[in-house]
Each structure stands twice: as structure tokens, then as C-alpha cells.
Design a protein around this ligand. Sequence first.
Ligand code: MRU
Length: 414
Amino acid sequence: MAISDIPRTLWWQDDEETGRPAVYMIDQSRLPLAGDVLVCSLHEGVRQAIAGMAVRGAPALGVAAAYGVAIWAANETADIQTTPDFLAELDQVAAEIASTRPTAVNLAWGAERMRSLAHAHADLPVPELRGLLVAEAKAIEAEDEQRNRAIGALGADVLPQGARVLTHCNAGSLATAYFGTALGVIFTAHEQGKIAGVWVDETRPLLQGSRLTAWELRMAGIPFRLVVDSAAGSLMRQGLVDAVIVGADRIAANGDVVNKIGTYALAVLAREHGVPFYVAAPTSTVDLTLESGDDVVIEERDPREVTGVAFSGIVEPGTPVETTSLDALTREGPWEIPVGKGHVVEMSRRGGAFRIDGWVQVAPPSVDVYNPAFDVTPGGLVSGIVTERGVARPEFASSLAAICEGSGALHEIR
Ligand code: MRU
């Protein structure tokens, strides 16, 4: 049990079956019940992985965007002869990937970094541009980990000895190429012996806290307790939280922080109870083109995330199962299993194991739902923003600008 047991989130590797380059990634949509690794050999595969939340978390989305462009260059450009044609198609692919989810700025940042690199080398022939783009995507992955380790070190310094820290959503290793932002701070502070325990918000509706953050903390051997999102106020009132630390999907020039829905409520509670509220994020999450968080497009997601619960599981052969039908399931799946109105259960065969994916309806049918995935926390409620280049403190307009100067952080991109 160690932090190093956490697997990398996504990486570039030759496909073991075809020998062609591919983007490998852990399918986070089903973790921890099913630990599938997705292999994407086309940019559309990466785009679908982003849309389906197989890869998520702002910094990981930046890396995924870069790898999406790189896999297009490596596997889908054999018919393109001239550099102008290559650049024109690249622009379309980058725009397609960047628009898959609207809120985390890193997605556009990763796509734009690849696009502008190629345009800056418009004198090169197509084969060299391909090599350049693949190398750049790998560099973006490596830099992301370096940045997170720097954030971890700077963030650990702001936490007190014996800290009881509350975190929301998953800003862990899985939300980045490796190591995490808010959880990276907790990992580093834990290595320094500073963490007494972590409160993990389950993070409705997709449960990134209970599925992903709890999984990572368990792997890292850090003591934690899982709580429902609405427990935070009561914990703070009882004096059980020394600091809140979360990640961010976009940070505006005035320090407004866009992050997983529920973050704003935590910040208000923290202010009410005198608990410091920290945000940990790389400078690639800072969008200095935005004056405030009010201009950020907040993603609205499928109502079924709110009206029901999804689940997955793997049934290994040899595991006693109360059915006689499994042996007969030798065809390709999935098979839909009727379990009642509105519910969906599918069974499929993966290698030697059977897999069950399902969704059960909890709310009455056809209720109206509002399901924003993110909210805006005013910078005035934030105690500090930990970046890889330093900790910004209020007034954020000047401290963030100073930290981001020359960082290449998103000044012209959107
Ligand atoms: O919808 P998600 O899972 O992509 O949302 C993720 C978050 O809100 C994270 O807190 C944020 O991206 C920071 S990750 C280091």
C-alpha cells in the first residue's frame, strides 16, 4: 500500500494487438468496481472517452486533448500530402476535441498547445509534424506530473501539523496524468507526517469522491472517512475540519474558482466556521482572459445521473453465482436483462470474465431535473490558490497575474 501503487491515468503505447500507436487510459467511469483499460487508436475514441467520463478531471483532460490530437496525427493522416492540408484538418480535430466538455479550460489548453505548435512549424513536411506532435503530447503528460509534484510540495506547507482535511470530488492522481493536485497536496503532507485524516465528500451525482478519491487514499494508505456531501457543515461546526482543499476546472483572473458542484457551498461553510479554504491547480487551469467566473459555461449533464444510480461489476468464472444461465452466455454481449420499468442491466463477456453494467431508477419517472456539473466559488471565499509556481493569496487579481506571468497559462486561448 503506497502512493506509487496508483496506476498512471493515461499513456502512449503501441497497441499490443495491432502494433500501431494508441492512447491507453484507465476507464474511470466504472472504477473501482471494474478496472478496464481503454485503448484508443483514433481521436474519436479519445473524444468519446472524454464525453463518457472515462477520463475526467481538468489536468487529465488537458493531457487527453493533446493525446487525441497526437493519435490523429499518428494514425489518421496517411492520406494527407501537404502541410497546409494537414494544418487545416488539425484545426478541425483540435476544435472537435476541445468542445467535448465546456467547463475545464485544460481541454482547450491541451488542444490549443498542440495546434499552435504545429502552426509554428508550418515550414515542416507532414511526417516531421507528426513526430513533433507525438513528442509534444508526451511532454505535456510528463510536465503535468512535474507540476503536480511542485503543487504538492507548496501545498503541504500551508497545512498545519496533524491536519484533518476535507476534500470534494476527485482532484487526485486520476484527475491528472499522475499524482493529483488537491490530493497531491494531501499525499505530500502525508509523507511529511502532517495528515491526521481526510474527510472525503462522496460528491453526488457521479460519486468521484466515493469511487475515485477513496480508492486512491486507500491505495496510498492514508486514513480517511467517507461522508455524504451534506455532512460538511456539521463536521465544521464540531471543529473536525482544519482545512478544505479542492481542485479547479477553471480559475478566473479575479480568483473565482469553477469546480465540481458543491464546492461553493463548502467555501461558504468554511468561511462561516473560520476554516481555511484552499484550491490546488496548475497554471494551465488559470484563464486570465476571464475577468470573473460568471462568464464560464457550466456543463449540464444527463438527468439520469440524478434520477438514478449506475453500477458495474465483474463476475469471475468460478465465483458462485445464483444462476444457471452464465455457462450459456458464450456469445458476444451485451445482453439487456429486464429488471423492471426504467431500469437497465446489461451483461457482457470480457475475456474470461462476465461483466454487469446497470442503472436503476430512484426518482419517479419523468421528473424535471437540473444537473449542473460545476459551480463558481467567488475568489473572496478562497484563502489561497496553490499552483506549481507559488501560492496566490488575495487579492488574486494581482497575485495570480504575477504567478502566471510567463507561464504560458492560457492567455489567448478559448
Ligand atoms: O466532472 P469531473 O469529474 O471532470 O470534475 C472534476 C473536478 O471538478 C475536479 O475537482 C477538477 O477537475 C480538478 S481535478 C485536479
